[in-house]
Design a protein around this ligand. Structure first.
Ligand code: ADP
Ligand code: MG
Length: 714
């Protein structure tokens, strides 16, 4: 049997094991079990320490170092009670994946005795070598010091593995020079910037009770699951997380029978375990369903404060990957694992809220009459218009390039969808004041036994990159594998900018001068309405229309990244203290560098697989055809395979040549552009010849599991 056949046999014999006693592990009993949350804090900390810590977590006071040792002691007791032997600071460096270095609690105490030790310092501060993480030149091996600092707002948790437990402390990662080296710090800074400006506006509206404004995030996460035994036969999946080769399957997604379809037993078993694992970590996993493409799925949590929700999304992705292995599956989080099949995104649902529980994007029943809502809404519209280039740059990477604009995902043109009701209100506002709000009414279904349904005032638009959905915006162009900190940093900072301008203008008026407010909002709408678009963002006409309106259309990563180097960007991030010019430059360099590295790995893998797996299969098939005689049919096939084999060899040479030429350009940005302009098309040419060979060469000889197997065999 071939390796592929063996893998398929194993799948046929796969039985879904009942791994947990689900009656004893239902949601409520296990929720937050692995989190040092409020209940555990109350149990393990003395009352005054507990109270102080809670106030810090709520953002009401900064961390008081005098309680550090007491908190560490409580955390340690709790962790030991759960079987922990090690602890780690956990952070998200600019590699885009989380990082951790484990220390055991043990310290030797004389002859063959040990103590469990964990000090306040161990809790608050760590000191990983910063030179081995991407720093964009901020750190090097001879000046390598970096620190991790406990982020009190993100809950401490346990990583419970089959053979041991590690106490895990979410931290921020900073250079010895004080510069941010991670995704968390700028996000927290952008959050504070937005909060400060939003408070000014609330004050103007006479709000005396709110002391803090923050943002919430509910990221919907799309992913693929494929059988591990098949995936592991594909070096492209193992190395790049996507297929670099693969002819279309005879059946694809055309029957549209996957979306919301019945979830197959094996996948549901995975999802059951996923939810339980996430609930134990205090991650409020809420929805799960089949997505549009075969073998594609989605989960969404209940929204949380942005820093926590962003950490949680990292943990969701990590948990998916680890857990899939235990189910003999591989979770693919890449934006485009399969050519010709829908890719995966992340929909970041985002809103601004106050610490007394008000959602600032809640329009209420009469949005036209809700001046405060309109002020925040209009500020967001301006932010997206003025900083569309930054929002685009915040979601740019090699993976997402396959998706944006591919008529399955929002295009690279950033626009705002408001829906019929708000579109109308904003139009009225522009003309000098809004006096009515359209309502949805209700729907009779014509069957007595079916209920009359209330109709929303607004339809949905699945094609918009930035859509208002009821009481939040949904940023839908984020890549499925992306850590969401960076796009949210862009958004928060852009909105902080709008709120500041608005606050500056409002503070020149008497508080609650609504006529004055209307004039200001009307002017903002006039100046920014070109970003509003209610139609089909997938349509070709929109591209023409957007160009007429002067909206940026940065189609690829290499087009999008220069936005990070503009004077506008530098000023914006420095002004709000989110990123200094040096930090921003460093970050941009890291993203450029990463783009080149990812493309280079893909080019390497393409050439390698083509030369050592596909070409030999084609040659072997030629041998079989030769020995099969010289009938007309056989000769025709033989000739075709010869032609394609020659094409393949030529294309491999051209790819290697393009790669060398790109390396020789001499500058990082030129290299990235060369990869985009020349290497990617050369790689596509290799794939084209190989994919056609796949449709001709004997199935028995084909070394790579095929799309029909990866997508349908489980
Ligand atoms: P849909 O498919 O309609 O977009 P989902 O249920 O898949 O809906 O996801 C909606 C997401 O939006 C959830 O994560 C939900 O918690 C989140 N969400 C709801 N309200 C808010 C809000 N005010 N702020 C941020 N996120 C929100
Ligand atoms: Mg959604």
């Amino acid at each position: 049997m071939t390796a592929r056949q063996t893998a398929i046999e194993a799948i046929s014999n796969h039985k879904v094991a009942s791994t947990q006693d689900y009656l004893e592990n239902a949601g409520e009993d296990i929720y937050g079990q692995y989190v040092f949350g409020e209940a555990a804090q109350r149990q393990y900390l003395a009352k005054p320490v507990f109270t102080k810590l809670r106030r810090t977590i709520a953002g009401l006071e900064s961390f008081d170092h005098s309680i550090a040792d007491a908190v560490a002691q409580g955390v340690k007791e709790w962790a030991l009670a759960h079987g922990a032997t090690h602890y780690t600071h956990w952070f998200v460096p600019l590699t885009g994946t989380s990082a951790e270095k484990h220390d055991s609690f043990l310290s030797p105490a004389g002859d063959s005795a040990t103590l469990s030790e964990f000090s306040g310092k161990g809790l608050i501060q760590g000191e990983p070598d910063a030179s081995s993480f991407p720093s964009g030149g901020i750190r090097s091996t001879f000046e390598a010091r970096g620190y991790t600092a406990w982020d009190v707002t993100s809950p401490i948790f346990l990583q419970v593995e089959p053979n041991g437990v590690t106490l895990t402390i979410p931290t921020a990662f900073v250079s010895y020079t004080g510069e941010a080296l991670d995704h968390k710090i700028p996000l927290l800074r952008s959050q504070e910037a937005l909060g400060k400006q939003a408070l000014r506006i609330l004050k103007w509206f006479g709000n005396e009770t709110t002391s803090r404004v923050f943002t919430n995030i509910g990221p919907e996460q799309e992913y693929f699951l494929v059988d591990r035994r098949l995936a592991e036969l594909r070096p492209d999946i193992v190395l790049t997380g996507r297929t670099l080769f693969g002819a279309p399957s005879s059946k694809g997604q055309e029957l549209e029978d996957q979306y919301f379809g019945t979830i197959r037993e094996r996948m549901l078993a995975f999802m059951m375990d996923l939810d339980r694992d996430l609930w134990r970590l205090g991650i409020p996993s809420k929805t799960r369903h089949n997505e549009v493409a075969p073998a594609q799925f989605e989960m969404a949590p209940v929204y949380e404060a942005t820093a926590v929700g962003s950490d949680h999304n990292m943990l969701v992705m990590n948990t998916m990957k680890k857990l899939a292995m235990r189910h003999d599956l591989v979770a693919l989080l890449h934006e485009k694992p399969f050519k010709g099949v829908n890719g995966s995104g992340k929909h970041n649902n985002w809103s601004m809220a106050t610490d007394d529980g008000e959602n600032l994007l809640e329009p209420g029943n009469n949005p036209h009459d809700n001046a405060q809502f309109l002020a925040f809404l209009v500020a967001v519209i301006r932010a997206v218009n003025v900083h569309a280039d930054l929002l685009r740059a915040g979601i740019a990477d090699a993976g997402n390039d396959h998706r944006l604009g591919a008529n399955e995902a929002p295009p690279a043109i950033v626009s705002v969808f408001l829906g019929a009701q708000l579109e109308d209100v904003v139009e009225q506002l522009e003309k000098g004041g809004a006096s009515t709000s359209k309502t949805g009414g209700s729907m009779e279904l014509g069957v007595t036994t079916l209920p009359v349904l209330p109709r929303d005032a607004t339809d949905r638009n699945r094609t918009s990159p930035f859509a208002f959905t009821g009481n939040k915006f949904e940023f839908r162009a984020v890549g499925s594998s992306a850590p969401i900190y960076w796009p949210q940093t862009m958004l928060n900072t852009a909105v902080a900018d709008s709120l500041e301008k608005l606050a500056d203008d409002l503070e020149k008026l008497e508080p609650c001068d609504f006529a004055g407010l209307t004039k200001i909002l009307s002017a903002i709408v006039k100046a920014n309405k070109q970003v509003l678009f209610e139609g089909n963002n997938y349509a070709e006409e929109w591209h023409t229309e957007a160009e007429k309106r002067g909206l940026p259309n940065n189609k690829s990563t290499v087009d999008a990244l220069p936005a990070l180097a503009t004077a506008k960007a530098k000023k914006l991030f420095a002004h709000f203290g989110v990123l200094s010019e040096r930090e921003l430059d460093a970050r941009a360099e890291i993203i450029w560098e990463r783009y080149v590295k990812v493309q280079n790995i893909e080019a390497n893998a393409t050439a390698d697989i083509a030369k050592t797996m596909i070409l030999p299969a084609a040659v072997k098939y030629l041998g079989q055809l030769l020995s099969a005689g010289t009938s007309k049919g056989v000769s025709q096939i033989f000739d075709k395979v010869v032609v394609l084999t020659d094409q393949l060899v030529d294309a491999i040479h051209a790819l290697e040549h393009a790669q060398h030429a790109a390396h020789a350009t001499g500058s990082l940005h030129a290299e990235a552009k060369a990869f985009h302009a020349h290497v990617i098309p050369a790689q596509e040419a290799v794939r084209a010849a190989a994919d056609e060979l796949e449709t001709i060469v004997s199935d028995e000889l084909w070394p790579l599991p095929k799309y029909r197997e990866l997508l349908f065999q489980y």
